[in-house]
Structures are given as C-alpha cells and as structure tokens.
Design a protein around this ligand. Structure first.
Ligand SMILES: Nc1nc2c(c(=O)[nH]1)N[C@H]1C(S)=C(S)[C@@H](COP(=O)(O)O)O[C@H]1N2
Ligand SMILES: [Mo]
Length: 536
C-alpha cells in the first residue's frame, strides 16, 4: 500500500509548503498559489456551480449565526487553503501508489517529479495572473520541488510497518514506537516551519499594507481633500431605535465583495485610465487629471449587493466623491455609433454600461473618494464607478480601462446568469426590537422597533410593521441622508409579553409596494418580507 504513507507524508509536509509559499509571496511578490488556484477555479467553473458554492458558504455562515459581510472572505481563504492541502495529499497518495504498483522504488528524483506534478499547474495558473519572468516560474516551482523531494524519505520511513515487513513481536513494538517518535518529531519540525514562515510572512504583509496605505493617502492632499460637514438630516426628530445599524457606515465597516480571495492592489505610480474605442479623442487620464481637471461632485450613497438575502448585511452607506462620467465622455467625443461603455478592472472583472443611461443621469460618476479620503484599496482604489439605483455587480471597482463600443457585451456576473439590469429591489429590514429601550407614554409601555428600507434612487414613502399577523401599522421615517440612501424607520410597539413575530414591508415613493413574494436572490435580487421572532 502506497496510498496511506504517501498521503500522510504530504499531510505533514503540505502545511510547511503553504507557509513557505506565503513567505515567498511576501518576500518576492510571487503569487500565493493556494489563492491563485482557488480564484482560477472560481473563474473557469460554470456560473451555477460557483453560485451554488457561494450560496452554500453564505447559508453555512448564517446557520451558525455569523455575519456574512464580516466572515465570508475569511471562510473563502480557509477554504482555498484546505483545497490546496487536499490536492497535495491526494496527488502524493496517488503518486506513491502508482510507483508501488509498478514496483518502482521512490528515489529523490521521483520526488522532483512529484513536486512538478503538483507545482507546475500551480505555477502556470499563478503566472497567468500577471507575472511572467522566468525567475517567477522557478520561484513558484522551487518550494513544490523541495516538498516533493522531502516527501520521498518521509514516505519510506512511514511505510516500514505499514507494509507489515516485520513480523517478530518485540522488534515490531520498537519499530512502532520509532515510527511514532518519527511522526512526532517530523510533525514538530513541520509545525515550526509553518508557524515561522507564516509569522514572518504576516509581519511583512503588514509592512506592505502600511506602504500601500501611505501611497493611497498620498493621492489626495489638503487642496482636494473633501470635508463632509454635518449630516443633512442631523436635526430630524425621528431618532433611530436603539440597535439600528449606523445610518452612515464607517468606511472600515463597509461591506466588501470581490471576485478574488484577496483584494486587488493597484500601483498608482503606473496607473492611468485609457478611454478608447469609438471616440474621436481617446484619452489617457491620470488620477490627478481626474481630480484636478474636472469639477467634483459628492453624494451620500447606499450600495447593496444583489446576492444579499432578505435582511441582508451586504449593504452600506457612505459619502462618495468623484467626477460625472458625462463630463469625461464629453471630452472623448463619442462617435455616432457609440452605444456602450465596457469597463475593465484590475482583478479581471468587467461590466457594460449603456451610454444612454450615462447621458440621462449626471449623478453617474467615476468616484475616487469615500468619506473625503481616497477609496481604500479593498474598495477599489484608485477609481470606481457609481450607478444610482443598481446593485453593486454593475459597478466595477479598480477600474483600469474603458472602451466605447457599438455592440452589447454581457458583464462578468451577467455571463454567470445574474440579471442584466440589476436594478435594486425595494427591501426593508428589522434591525432591532429594542426591549431595553422601553418607553412609557401615558401609562402605556412601548418598545421601539427599527431598521432600514431601501429602493435605490426611487425613495421610500411608507414603512409598515405587523406583529403576530396583526394589521399593518405605519412606522415613522427619518429623512434620509440623500435620495440615494436607505431610510431609517422607527415604530413604537405597545408592549405585550410573550413570543412575537415582527414583519416589515415598505412602499416606494410613488406608492409601488415592495414585492412580498419570497423569490430568493437569484437572478434579480432578493424579494420577500423580513421577519424577526423575539421573546419578550
Ligand atoms: N473590479 C471589481 N469590481 C466589483 C466587484 C469585483 O469583484 N471586482 N464586485 C462587485 C460587487 S458584486 C459588489 S456588491 C460591489 C461591492 O463593493 P464594495 O466591496 O466596495 O462594497 O463591487 C462590485 N464591483
Ligand atoms: Mo455584489
């Protein structure tokens, strides 16, 4: 049997391999193979399979009561490393089984082959994400080859008793203990290498992040820094019920969604934005051109992800600054047959925007600041588009290029069967039943209930709450930060002890009611009533 000792050898040696690859990633900027491979798989798998995987993960997180917005990326990263680990174990187990069945005694040279079988595809995928120097190829391959070479003696050592070569009782005991000791020692060495290399890698990563953030901070100075001023609704008498999510999301808490396992870092020293295609005057704009040569505009914006479920936390609000796309397109001089704008991103994402839509809405902007500061690198530095009334999937971050075309082309998620328009569906959420905030008015105890309602740029005219299937009661609405943000609502419920079910629904400004039918998030964004059960 070569399967078990082969798999076990790799099981012990793959964690230090991951640590080493991570260290090389941080030292030499080489791709981190476990993530690069995972991202590649997510890209080549058919859309429904990927969506199924994402759904499974989101449902899993929700089942154990974790915040999807906070935990999804970590879960993905853990998944990527587990996947890489499993591949290492399986490849090694099969490799040694095959050698065994052909009666080949594994030599160090065989280890090189094993390392190449695991490492070459990883290197090719890793290199396809950008780097192309021959040094990079060897840099990625090297730890895999080392891993393969070390697998061979470990395999030999682990195999001795597994094959039952020794039958005599006393000796067998000695060997068993010997093997156990060997396992413990090798395990200790492997663990040490893993911890050390990932620890040093982690420190380097932190330093790297500081440098990135410094470079980003340097793209705005006092002359173009924006001051938000007091919130426009600061003196609204409707105060959010205790436990309602913050009306203005601190940027560090803004939800994040992106394709890859890690956010894309764009080097501003080499970045510029080409606008090409069906234009008479193609442009190549630097960030400074965009900030200095065009008039800026600001907007309070709620952004929401189409894959959120009813009661989603993939929705946040901040203050965006940028330049109207109308102004920039005026400078490139569109040709008569220009119909669409294809936007490409540093992470391989792309989307298509109808030029008629841009022409009809001067709010559509190329944004470079959030809450007065450059957009953080995980939210799309240096530039992202904002399209009012549409879900996030239509709005590329990390923009690297724009091409004007005459033919429609589906965007990244549209190709993966999500809605082509992706207009925000009206939704309302109960954030809190604020039992602790009980108030007494005229001898009647009232419990504030509160949350948000959002319908893109279409406004909210009414929010209603129903308790235990009772009549719908109108909540009070706080003035929103802008016509493109969510609305905070509040309802004072006459207190009654026991187990209760609370429901909420809203209507858009023109009276259109929120769709109450539960339709799930795919393909056009979740509809349905948000419910909350609470024992009081
Ligand atoms: N380049 C790029 N842009 C992107 C995405 C992406 O993966 N890559 N994801 C989109 C999706 S699905 C959403 S919901 C929003 C999320 O933006 P945020 O992470 O800043 O909240 O970005 C959009 N723009
Ligand atoms: Mo999204």
């Amino acid at each position: 049997m070569g399967f078990i000792p082969g798999g076990l050898a790799a099981g012990l040696l793959t964690p230090p391999l991951v640590g080493l690859i991570y260290l090389l990633d941080q030292l030499a900027g080489l791709p981190f193979a476990p993530f690069a491979f995972f991202d590649w798989v997510a890209r080549v798998l058919p859309g429904p399979v990927v969506t199924f995987g994402i759904d499974l993960m989101i449902d899993g997180l929700r089942l154990v009561g974790m915040s999807v917005a906070a935990a999804a990326k970590t879960a993905e990263q853990v998944g990527a490393i587990l996947m890489f680990f499993s591949i290492g174990v399986v490849v090694s187990a099969i490799f040694f089984t095959v050698l065994k069945s052909r009666r080949v005694d594994p030599k160090p040279f065989s280890g090189l082959i094993l390392g190449a079988i695991f490492g070459l595809p990883m290197a090719v995928i890793g290199l396809s994400t950008g780097q192309s120097s021959p040094f990079a190829l060897w840099g990625i391959l090297f730890p895999f080859l080392a891993w393969g070479i070390v697998c061979v003696p470990v395999y030999h050592r682990l195999r001795i008793n597994a094959d039952g070569l020794i039958t005599e009782g006393e000796v067998r005991w000695a060997k068993v203990i010997g093997r156990r000791q060997f396992l413990v020692r090798l395990g200790a060495v492997a663990a040490t290498i893993t911890v050390l290399s990932s620890g040093v890698g982690g420190v380097l990563a932190q330093r790297d992040r500081r440098h990135i953030n410094q470079a980003i901070a340097g793209t705005m100075d006092d002359s173009n820094m924006r001051a938000r001023g007091p919130f426009p609704n600061a003196d609204d008498p409707v105060v959010p019920a205790l436990g309602t999510r913050p009306e203005f999301t601190p940027v560090k808490d803004h939800y994040k969604v992106f394709l890859n396992t890690e956010p894309t870092v764009i080097d501003i020293a080499t970045w510029s934005l080409p606008i090409t295609g069906l234009v008479d005057n193609p442009l190549l704009l630097t960030l400074d051109d965009i900030q200095s040569n065009y008039q800026s505009q600001d907007q309070y914006v709620t952004l929401s992800c189409i894959s959120g479920r009813i009661g989603t936390d993939l929705i946040s609000t901040t203050w965006w600054t940028g330049v109207s796309l109308q102004k920039i397109l005026a400078d490139v001089q569109l040709r008569p047959d220009a119909r669409y704008l294809i936007i490409t991103s540093g992470d391989g994402f792309y989307e298509t925007v109808d030029l008629d839509l841009i022409a009809s809405d001067e709010r559509i902007m190329l944004a470079y600041a959030w809450d007065g500061l450059p957009i953080p690198f995980d939210h799309g530095f240096p530039l992202r588009i904002w399209l009012p009334d549409h879900y996030g999937m239509k709005q590329p971050k990390w923009i690297t290029g724009m091409e004007v075309v005459s033919e429609y082309q589906p965007g990244y998620w549209v190709e993966r069967s999500w809605d082509k328009e992706a207009r925000v569906k009206a939704t309302s959420v109960i954030d809190t039943v604020a039992v602790k905030d009980l108030v007494e008015i005229d001898g009647q105890f009232l419990i504030p209930i509160g949350g948000i309602a959002f319908s893109g740029d279409r406004g909210i005219s009414k929010v209603e709450v129903s308790v235990d299937d009772g009549p719908w009661q109108e909540a009070r609405l706080r003035a929103p930060l802008s016509e493109t943000t969510w609305v905070i609502w509040r309802y004072e419920w006459p207190f009654a002890e026991g187990q209760h079910t609370f429901e909420v629904r809203c209507a858009e400004a023109d009276g259109t009611p929120q769709i109450e039918e539960d339709r799930g998030n795919r393909p056009s964004g979740a509809t349905g009533i948000h419910r909350r059960k609470t024992k009081i």
